[in-house]
Design a protein. Structure first.
Length: 240
C-alpha cells in the first residue's frame, strides 16, 4: 500500500496564515476584489517574497499582473486553517481572563463556538457568560464528549492547570491553548500552545532596550484593520 503523502508546512508559515486571513477579511468587507503580493505583504508586516513563498505551500493562487482574488484566497486560507466549519471550544477557569475570552467576538468571527465554561468556585457556578452557563469542572468530560469539543482553553491558576489538562485530554481534547503560568505534561499527540503575557512584555522590553536588534519583520495582530485604514485598492507542541 503506498505511503500517504504528508505536507510539511513550516511553522512560521502557519503562524502567518491568520494574519493574511485577517487582512483579506478586512479587504473583502470593503469590497476589494484583488490584492497584489506587495500590498498583502505590506499590510501583514512581511515582504512580498515571503507572502508568495508561504502561499506556494498550498497551491498557485495569484495571477501575474493581476494579483490575488481576495474572496478566493480568503476562502482557501480559511480552509487551510480549518475554519471552513465551526469548531466547538471549552474554557476552564472563569476568572477575569476567562470572562473576557468567553465574551470575545473573535470566537464567532473566527469560526469557533464556546460550548462549555468551567470553574470550581461555587460563586461562579451557574453564572451565564455569553449565553453559556458556568459548570463545575467535574462536568468537563461530559460536556466535551457531548459537544465533540477537541479544543480547550486553560485560564486557571498554575496550581490547577495540570489537573484541568488531564481532564481535557481524558475527554478527547487534542488541542489546548494554555494561559496558565505552568509547564504542562501531555501525551505526544496533544498539541499545546502557551500564551505567556509576562514573557511577551519582557521581549518588548528587550527590544526597547536594544532597538538595534529589532527584527526586520514583526507580526502585526492589527494588520487587517491597518489594511482597511490604508485603503488598499487593488502557535509548539509540548509533550509529556
Amino acid at each position: 500500500m503506498p505511503e500517504r503523502f504528508v505536507r510539511r508546512i513550516p511553522e512560521p508559515t502557519v503562524g502567518r496564515l491568520p494574519v493574511y486571513q485577517r487582512v483579506l477579511h478586512e479587504l473583502a468587507i470593503r469590497g476589494v476584489a484583488t490584492v497584489s503580493s506587495a500590498e498583502l505583504a505590506g499590510a501583514a508586516g512581511v515582504n512580498a517574497a515571503k507572502v508568495r513563498k508561504d502561499l506556494s505551500h498550498f497551491g498557485t493562487y495569484g495571477t501575474p499582473g493581476t494579483g490575488y482574488d481576495v474572496d478566493y484566497l480568503l476562502g482557501q486560507i480559511q480552509r487551510e486553517l480549518g475554519l471552513d466549519h465551526v469548531r466547538p471550544v471549552v474554557i476552564a477557569g472563569m476568572g477575569h481572563l476567562g470572562h473576557a475570552l468567553a465574551r470575545s467576538q473573535g470566537f464567532t468571527a473566527g469560526g469557533f463556538r464556546i460550548v462549555g465554561l468551567f470553574d470550581v468556585d461555587p460563586g461562579r457556578l451557574g453564572e451565564v457568560v455569553a449565553g453559556v452557563a458556568v459548570r463545575h469542572t467535574d462536568d468537563l468530560a461530559e460536556v466535551c464528549r457531548a459537544e465533540c469539543a477537541q479544543i480547550g482553553i486553560v485560564t486557571t491558576p498554575a496550581s490547577a492547570a495540570q489537573d484541568v489538562v488531564d481532564r481535557l485530554v481524558s475527554a478527547g481534547v487534542s488541542a489546548i491553548l494554555n494561559f496558565a503560568p505552568a509547564v504542562l505534561s501531555v501525551p505526544p499527540e496533544v498539541q499545546v500552545r502557551h500564551v505567556d503575557f509576562s514573557a511577551e512584555l519582557q521581549v518588548l522590553a528587550f527590544y526597547q532596550a536594544h532597538p538595534e536588534t529589532r527584527p526586520d519583520e514583526t507580526p502585526r495582530p492589527t494588520a487587517g484593520a491597518r489594511a482597511a485604514s490604508n485603503g488598499l485598492g487593488e502557535g509548539h507542541r509540548v509533550g509529556g
